[in-house]
Design a protein around this ligand. Structure first.
Ligand SMILES: Cc1ncc(COP(=O)(O)O)c(C=O)c1O
Length: 348
């Protein structure tokens, strides 16, 4: 069978041979007792890299976001989040179901919250209003197409939030894509937020897991939430070992994914009837709109799949492609020619 070119997400990446070797020989213990040496090493490394006091290894990006949010916001509080953010859009209403808080959704500019809008949305001390406990930033922003929140914007939002007594959490599922694209290190990004969640299992290629970094006090609270949610894993060193490898060896290569995404976007935007907002093509995600072809995203995705190219329908006429370590430049070229053939066939 011909190779499938899977551009649905960077979550489809498979662990490398080296990761599998490290998994097999990982030193392990009971992590709920704090005795897994490999998990402890991973948490220490993450805290050190991000310049925070502590870190927590969690099962997924969603769990990391939710334990962080619940550590800041409780029943009857309000959490500000971008209107298309993952924490609001894709986490099964975890903010209300787990923390018991309500979400205030603010549309951003290509996924980037405007500081003035955050200032405006923060509640006054008033018997009628909820307390604004937290502002969530998504960097890079998935539904906006992998866009980066500029560091100056982050700093401004952080200052506004802190002045009002609210914390800032960064959903940095793909923060390392922002690190590589901007040259701004993770420690600098983390210095403008209280907590960061970042994923090992997306572009970095590890099979499972995310980390939350923050102050000792907040991470202690997040550890209780992780336990409550059933995320207290035991000999989790077998999962932390490939994560350690990913964190130390897989970051720089994200630049290849960004170059492939740009190449893909440039080819797509040149096809008649296909639109791409090139300003959003900043990291490893490309979203194109096929409305002008008269076909739906589902029709396109189905036709691409029949020719071995997997992509995600991301709206009625929007298709998302995500580049990652398991697709090469030549795979991208193949995907482009499949898409070009499809577009040409519609015009006849
Ligand atoms: C921005 C963002 N945050 C969080 C997550 C959740 O990660 P997970 O799938 O590991 O729960 C994702 C997953 O795609 C994401 O794109």
């Amino acid at each position: 069978m011909a190779k499938r070119i899977d551009l649905r997400s960077d979550t489809v990446t498979k662990p490398t041979e080296e990761m599998r070797r490290l998994m097999a020989k990982a030193e392990v213990g009971d992590d709920v007792y704090g005795e897994d040496p490999t998990v402890n090493r991973l948490e220490e490394l993450a805290a050190h890299m991000f310049g925070k006091e502590a870190a927590l290894f969690v099962t997924s990006g969603t769990q990391g976001n939710q334990v962080a949010i619940a550590s800041f916001a409780g029943r009857g509080d309000e959490v500000i989040a971008e209107a298309e953010s993952h924490v609001f859009f894709y986490e099964a209403a975890g903010i209300s179901a787990i923390a018991g808080a309500q979400t205030r959704q603010i549309p951003g500019d290509r996924g980037v919250l405007r500081p003035a809008d955050v200032r405006q949305a923060i509640r006054n001390k008033d018997i009628h209003q909820p307390r604004t406990a937290l502002v969530c930033i998504e960097n890079t922003h998935n539904r906006a197409g992998g866009t980066i929140t500029p560091i100056a914007t982050l700093q401004e939002i952080h200052e506004i939030a802190h002045a009002a007594g609210a914390a800032v959490h960064m959903d940095g599922a793909r923060l390392f894509n922002a690190v590589v694209a901007t040259g701004i290190g993770e420690r600098e990004w983390a210095s403008h937020v209280d907590t960061v969640q970042f994923c090992l299992s997306k572009g970095l290629g590890a099979p499972v897991g995310s980390l939350v970094v923050g102050s000792r006090e907040v991470i202690d609270r997040a550890r209780v939430w992780r336990k409550r949610l059933g995320g207290g894993m035991r000999q989790a060193g077998v999962l932390a070992a490939p994560g350690l490898w990913a964190l130390t060896n897989m970051v720089e290569r994200l630049a290849d994914d960004h170059a492939n995404a740009r190449h893909l976007a440039e080819q797509l935007v040149a096809m008649s009837g296909v639109r791409v907002d090139m300003e959003t093509v900043q990291t490893n995600i490309v979203i194109c709109d096929v409305e002008d072809t008269g076909r739906t995203a589902d029709e396109f995705v189905g036709a691409l799949r029949r020719d071995g190219v997997l992509a995600s329908a991301f709206g009625p006429t929007q298709i998302r492609f995500v580049t990652h370590k398991d697709v090469s430049r030549s795979d991208i070229d193949t995907a482009v020619s499949v898409m070009a053939k499809l577009v040409a066939s519609l015009r006849r």
